[in-house]
Design a protein around this ligand. Structure first.
Ligand SMILES: Cc1ncc(COP(=O)(O)O)c(C=O)c1O
Length: 395
């Protein structure tokens, strides 16, 4: 596999660092950092507004970036809206959808708070009914359980295509079919799916796909919401303001009809350019290579965790990215994370913004999570295993 470590300035600055926290945020290669800063060096102006030379160049750069990010997930630029992150994309869907004909939304207990909180809020305000499908004892929701919950009153099914607590990816193409067979829409939280395998919006037949740049080598503060055009036309924007209207009189507003309706105010242009560069970087690495690399790391990591005798949460036998959450029996997760930090290993500890999921998997006080990306090697995983053995011996 191609060695990409040299592209990541943080790894050059900390040659001894084992970064196993990519599910929180990935490191960024020089190509992305340079692309993002090129906006400030070369463009500097607003896109989509001013007709002077720099304004036109900024518009071209922003629209070129939109095409690249859309293409990365098999979508078209006109189906793609910039957001701050996956969280904002999910909120746009939650608060923009019309629930007047069908009131029910179906999700699962294994979702990130970015999914649970907006729809729980709508439930608590009496705007929808929410069915939260439970998981089995392994921490998995079967297709049968989904199918039992989705019915002719379901407006929307919302779930992830990569779980941030267990690393498992569900077959969302099948879920889309189950949803559509009942006349429901499907919204995919792609925050942990899009970075780790090739996701095709059209082929998998999603209605909405939400993802963040920063988990896939891109900048923070920029994400995307991809929508089928007919769904985009019906969705209400979450934020209103400059850049979203054709005309405004004091008694009437005529909004634009395209994606810019959702992009009120001056936007994160440097982020868009950096996001497109991240997609370009991953494309040239090859998403099939990302998947193969992680598959090998996942099986090596499971071997190390088992040798170290830690309790691993979630299913071990399902398609996944190289991410596991686990506990050393008798040890607090935060203490383990701090001890790993002393060994130069960066991991996350806690509930990973998915408390119901962690509790459902039996990690009532949280856990430690190690997650890999393309710059990790089998050595990183071995180092984790060795350190965990030493820490486990203290308990
Ligand atoms: C599965 C999942 N969904 C949504 C999010 C939210 O992503 P962001 O914080 O980039 O909006 C995360 C972030 O950790 C995640 O792991």
């Amino acid at each position: 596999m191609k060695d990409v470590r040299k592209d990541f300035p943080i790894l050059a600055r900390h040659p001894q660092l084992t970064y196993l926290d990519s599910a929180c945020t990935s490191l960024k290669p020089l190509q992305v950092i340079e692309a993002e800063s090129s906006y400030y060096y070369e463009l500097g102006a607003c896109a989509g507004r001013s007709s002077h030379m720099l304004g036109r160049e900024a518009s071209n750069a922003a629209e070129g970036a939109r095409e690249k990010v859309a293409d990365f997930v098999g979508a078209k630029a006109e189906e793609t809206v910039w957001t701050r992150n996956a969280t904002e994309a999910l909120n746009i869907v939650a608060y923009g959808l019309d629930y007047s004909k069908r009131k029910k939304v179906v999700t699962s207990a294994l979702e990130h708070h970015a999914v649970l909180l907006p729809w729980m809020n709508l439930r608590d305000r009496g705007m929808i009914t929410l069915e939260i499908v439970g998981c089995d004892e392994r921490g998995h929701v079967s297709e049968e359980a989904w199918a039992n919950a989705i019915d002719r009153n379901t407006a929307l099914v919302v779930t992830n295509n990569g779980n941030n607590t267990s690393g498992v990816s569900q077959c969302t193409k099948n879920l889309a079919k189950i949803a559509h067979d009942s006349g429901a829409l499907i919204c995919i939280d792609g925050a942990q799916g899009v970075p780790h395998r090739h996701v095709d919006f059209r082929k998998e037949n999603f209605d909405y796909l939400c993802f963040s740049a920063h988990k896939m080598l891109g900048p923070t503060g920029i994400g995307a919401l991809v929508m089928k055009r007919e769904q985009m036309a019906k969705l209400q924007p979450l934020v209103r303001g400059g850049g979203t209207v054709k005309t405004v009189n004091l008694d009437r507003v005529e909004p634009v009809s395209d994606y810019t309706r959702f992009e009120a105010g001056v936007q994160h242009y440097s982020g868009m350019i950096g996001f497109a560069a991240a997609c370009g970087y991953l494309k040239s690495y090859g998403m099939e290579n990302v998947e193969a690399h992680e598959k090998a790391l996942a099986s090596a990591m499971l071997g190390e965790l088992e040798k170290a005798g830690v309790a691993v949460h979630g299913p071990k036998d399902l398609p996944r990215s190289a991410l596991y959450s686990f506990n050393i029996r008798g040890a607090k997760a935060h203490d383990v994370a701090l001890m790993l930090d002393k060994e130069g290993i960066a991991v996350r500890s806690g509930f990973f913004c998915a408390q119901p999921a962690m509790e459902a998997m039996g990690a009532k006080d949280g856990a430690v999570r190690a997650s890999c990306y393309i710059y990790n090697s089998p050595d990183d995983v071995r180092k984790l295993g060795e350190a965990l053995k030493k820490i486990a011996a203290l308990y």
